[in-house]
Design a protein around this ligand. Sequence first.
Ligand code: ADP
Length: 990
Amino acid sequence: MGSRGTRSTSQERRSSGADRADQRGADGRPALSTGPELGPMTLVGQSCPIHNRRGSLSLVPRDENMELSFSTEMDTRIYGRSPGQFQDSSQATPIQRALRSFSIPLERLHIMKGHMIEDMCKGLCRQTHAQAKVRMLPTYIASIPNGTEKGNFLVVELCQNQVRILLVILYGDGNMSPHMVYKIFDMPEGMRQGEGEALFDFIAQCLSKFLAETTTSEIKETTTLPLGFVFPFSCLQTRLDKAELLSWSKGFSCSGVIGKDVVQLLQSAISKQELHHVEVVAVMNDTVGTMMTCSMEGRPCEVAVVADKGSNCCFMAESYLVETADETSGRMCVNTEWGCFGDDGILNDVFTPYDERVDEESSNPGEKRFEKMVGTLYMGEIVRHALVALTAEKALFTGTDVAVLKQKGVFKMQHVLDIINNEDGITEVKKILESVGLQPSERDCGRVQQICRAVMGRAATLHATGLAAILSYMCQTRDLETLTVNVGVEGELYTGYPRFEEILLSVSRLLAPECMPTLLPSRDGSGRGAAMVAAVALRLAAQRRDVDEVLAPLRLSRADLENVQALMRQEMDRGLCKETNPTASVRMLPTYVTHTPDGTERGDFLALDLGGTNFRVLVVRVTEEGITMASEIYIIPATIMQGTGEALFDHILDCIIDFQMKQNLVTQILPLGFTFSFPCQQVGLDKALLLTWTKGFNASGCVGKDVVQLLRDAAKRKQHLGMQVVALVNDTVGTMMACGYDDPKCEIGLIVGTGTNACYMEEMRNVGTVDGDQGRMCINMEWGAFGDNGCLDHLFTHFDRVVDETTINPGKQRFEKLISGMYLGEIVRQILMVMVEKQLLFKGRPCPKLQTRNIFPTKFLSTIELNGLALRQIRAILNELELDASFEDSVLMREVCQAVSLRAAQLCAAGLAAVVEKMRENRGLDQLSVTIGVDGTLYKLHPCFSDNLKKTLKDLAPNCNVTFLLSEDGSGKGAALVAAVADRAANAAK
Ligand code: ADP
């Protein structure tokens, strides 16, 4: 965290602070006055608790020994600490003591900020929410305006004594120049304390009048007029258009409303007026309205502070932290309801006796303690009580009639503002006090002015403390080192008190030096914001429909999956049957592996793994204690890959010989298992005809030949006798065998990496392509080709078809192309391109980079779908692709990735369901317990793939109890184990 800004301030202003070196707290340590007088000080290094990403508390060290000072326009002594809480020097005059009581040392503000963050965390957490004083209410506003909103919107704003109705016309021009018409209706006396129904009826009548008088026929004829409702009370919101009133405040106490949905109440009142085309689409509190009002194109506003009669703040929080709402993607605006901060007594030490008096005389003693120190509703009363006390101490108005001070409410906020805003002289102050009914001396005027300034300064400072808590919290939870953010501000305190902005900024910078807020004044109150919310809601609803339409073909129903399972089963049967095998899309190749390991295998085995750029030779030692392995990687030069078959196999032999020498294995004849990951027609465990080369290999004279024989021939040429090739294995089989060694129930192998494939132990009696009925044989399904006969065409979306067409083998490996790592990123890219075209992403800005093939690799899906990953990181990925994504774009992107990876996992599960169900039937069991050995980076690294796969499989094959076991080095260890099992079987036969 940096403190650059504050340090330079201290340099510039140090001289002005020097002459106030005596301005210290009573304990001798420098104090920060919360009033306008801010003296020189040293901030002591301190830690403040911050909510971390997982929702627990951690300590964030603060900079040590920051020094700074503030200039001041006043010549009075700095105030120390309040009589009650911070020991006062006995020489202080009553005035000094009173002034000090309003000043809160910086250290205390830091602590307060920490408490505020703790309370915020409490409010957001599901378990502690109910007890939290800072309620942190979700607003279901997950988007800020992006400037494309347009249309006609109505707003109803319920204010202190009035109802304001607005018509806002947005032109989709960046919201720069909305057209607004509004009308204010005064509420009849007593309505605020009357029946709830009467209040809502009145609002609807105002609306009806407004529409009759104001709107053009064009608007009247609009089929629906969406309405945003600004309802500035504490509500429990469960949707954007559903909010139950929790409690009234601000002098309202209408009956029959608490616990009810205020949207419904308003909507039914509107219906009574027969305004059937008016639809309440969003309800929000005034703070949220302010944030939205301040959010303009190019300068999104993510925090709002309302410093008015009451006080409140809202901000955009990471949704996954808002546990009380079921939204985990993106951000949601949270209404902090920070007015109740301190209701648990945590602010008692900074409450002055005057605050206590105000609280006692209020309609809700003990509640809204923070608000009562900062809300303008209470400023006049705090001042009055201070004056009452000082008069009693004979420090003010001596010898004059002060009876008027006993009258509650005699000092209005406007008086306080007028008093402090008269910098030029005290004549005006005198007039104001006289107008109230006092007879002040000149000295009284000066002192009253000081008290007023102290009260107002404290209110600004406390707002800054709350704001600092919010900003630090945002910075931390977004994983940022520094936070630059726009803060919308609104309210009487902000507009009426000239120093509010300066104090808000300077004190919040002190308390949260890592954050750089820019204040944006709200000119149109919350009304325009409410129209924006309604507009955004409509825009999002329309966008939602479009997004659903694009993604619908990728979403598979249970029936779809059952159908895939049945088709797979059908193709498996066709592949196993000798007659239908040639036309089956699932080849069901016999592997001649008839047993899985039983744990009694022993000995040293060689294994070869050929199938990628690297060639590996391994020695696998199987002992009673377990398996140990040593291996060496050898490069196969491109010239050899594409030279003659002889040269290739000679090279392989050279590598084997080199390896055996290095490992001191030259004197033995070791059984060798060969993992050969190219398409082969296997005719025996150690006999496999190469069908075709792939992956850059093209050695001549090999296709159609027995690969094992080619290796043996090379050994002969090299006169190498140290090995005996006993088995050729496909990597899926290797995976099954490797896991089978650890778990005897492992009778299925699955790969989900670049491609996908599966194998399993089938009954010999069902394998029509191999003679014999006894026992079992592992069948290499080659299921990637499932659907190549067109049986899955109905599942192929436009995106899948485009991806297929651009591959080197169009129309082939169709199942694989819906599932595996080589294709998922490409499918996502195709969807994103369509979404850009449909203006659902990047605000429809063209995105040429997305046209590049393979620009979006499958590993991005893993990163983007990682739960709780900060949107900033998603944006960073997108920025790498030169995509300027908003956070909404990032959320949508995540949804696309989720749809594609979920479908892949579900399809894979449907395939497996066919396999396990067939095995269960084969064995005549009600319940099958089986383990699947799995390999492949997509399965292993994607954050949701394996869970989705397991969940779907459980659903589709409820009678099979399936365990998944991750394979480690299936192609090395597995190949050796195939050799070991064959060796064991051969020994047993002897
Ligand atoms: P192979 O199947 O070729 O033996 P892997 O099992 O390592 O190799 O799978 C490689 C594939 O895994 C690549 O196609 C790539 O798309 C995908 N992949 C790589 N990293 C990730 C990741 N973090 N999440 C999901 N898929 C990944």
